[in-house]
Write a protein of this length. Structure first.
Length: 373
């Protein structure tokens, strides 16, 4: 066996030994409490028909883009869609990326420079961490949602300063204190970047996000909005000024050096926004309220969350995996989130609520959670 093959096997064995090995699965369980399809758009027959009907109105469209947007992959339709989305979120401009990962890596690796400072929440998404690593800027982390610790880090910052947070955190489901963070950024002349991946479609008028709900649209340097969660399709957009858009076109490597999304994907994104405009924006919050009420009734402790992401902590990878296996055996698609994805001792069941989960399914899930104790 070659040295590199032995290395691979040894690293995988380490993961098996601490019960953190990852495997792909094609298992489907009857009751979805796992996916990020909060509003049911990904499974919506009505949205699918809207996409299918819309694509027929575009003549001579290609199956693939044929190249990057700087070569053959750009269309007027894509640029119109970017502006429509920017207008919806009350932003000046926007640039579509192929995924949320590409958007965060592209933005964070290209805008901050050597001598600048990036300050991120300690629980920030891996895509943002990777973007920061590709930047030559100095990076600090502050304790999760801790305003005092953020200010301590701001006092150390030099050059152009970037504070990067999520509005709703993907693993804990809790909400950043965005008004306080924005005020600090203003005080220290820092540029606020907010990933709205898990707030889009859930918070704000018509699902415009938490930045919109809190009237902070003029206070942020950039927002990242992804389409693969509540919007039910795929891709992402960086929202900001016209100058930021043009800068990213010139310097964001994850935009420049990749084949553009096919027109069908752009149609899907645009159709999802049309569909969002006529959706019931209180329905998901009714499901969240029911789940929290049932947890309280059953005296179950959960992470504090007003979002569609709910977390039940366990003491180890082994205990969390066992809990998930028991729930799955009863038809509930609930997945274990293990270390190193989360910190040791913070392993949890990550439960996602959806508009299509019936009240009976939610009540039954909570009763089964109680039986795990």
């Amino acid at each position: 066996m070659s040295k590199i093959e032995q290395f691979l096997k040894d690293k995988l064995q380490d993961r098996k030994n601490n019960l953190s090995i990852r495997n792909l699965s094609v298992n489907n369980f009857p009751f979805d409490f796992c996916s990020n399809d909060y509003l049911g758009f990904a499974r919506s027959a009505e949205l699918k028909k809207l996409i299918d009907d819309h694509i027929t109105t575009i003549l001579h469209y290609l199956n693939g883009a044929g190249g990057s947007r700087l070569l053959s992959g750009n269309t007027a339709y894509t640029e119109e869609t970017e502006q429509l989305i920017a207008d919806f979120h009350l932003a000046e401009n926007g640039l579509i990326f192929n995924s949320g990962y590409d958007a965060n890596v592209g933005l964070l690796s290209s805008v901050p420079q050597r001598g600048d400072t990036i300050i991120t929440d300690e629980l920030i998404h891996a895509s943002i961490i990777d973007g920061c690593r590709l930047s030559h800027a100095t990076r600090y982390k502050f304790d999760h949602n801790n305003i005092n610790d953020l200010e301590d880090k701001l006092k150390l910052a030099k050059g152009n300063i970037f504070v990067v947070v999520e509005s709703v955190y993907s693993m804990d489901g809790d909400i950043a204190p965005l008004i306080e963070i924005s005020n600090l950024c203003e005080q220290y002349q820092a540029n606020l970047i907010v990933d709205e991946a898990h707030a889009t479609g859930i918070f704000g008028n018509n699902g415009q996000g938490l930045i919109h709900q809190l009237n902070l649209t003029e206070k942020v340097f950039a927002r990242i909005v992804t389409f693969g969660k509540a919007m039910g399709v795929h891709g992402a957009i960086v929202l900001g000024s016209k100058s930021l858009r043009h800068y990213l076109i010139n310097f964001a490597r994850s935009f420049i050096y990749t084949t553009a999304s096919p027109i069908h994907n752009i149609v899907a994104i645009r159709s999802a926004y049309v569909f969002l405009d006529k959706s019931d924006h209180q329905h998901i919050h009714q499901k969240i309220d029911l789940f929290r009420k049932e947890l309280k009734k059953q005296s179950i402790t959960a992470l504090d969350s007003k979002s569609a992401i709910q977390g039940i902590l366990f003491s180890s990878n082994e205990a969390t995996k066992l809990a998930a296996t028991i729930l799955q055996s009863k038809g509930f698609d609930v997945r274990a989130i293990l270390s190193p994805t989360v910190a040791v001792g913070k392993e949890r069941l990550r439960i996602c609520l959806h508009t299509f989960n019936t009240d009976d399914e939610i009540i039954s899930l909570v009763k089964n959670l109680k039986e795990l104790n």
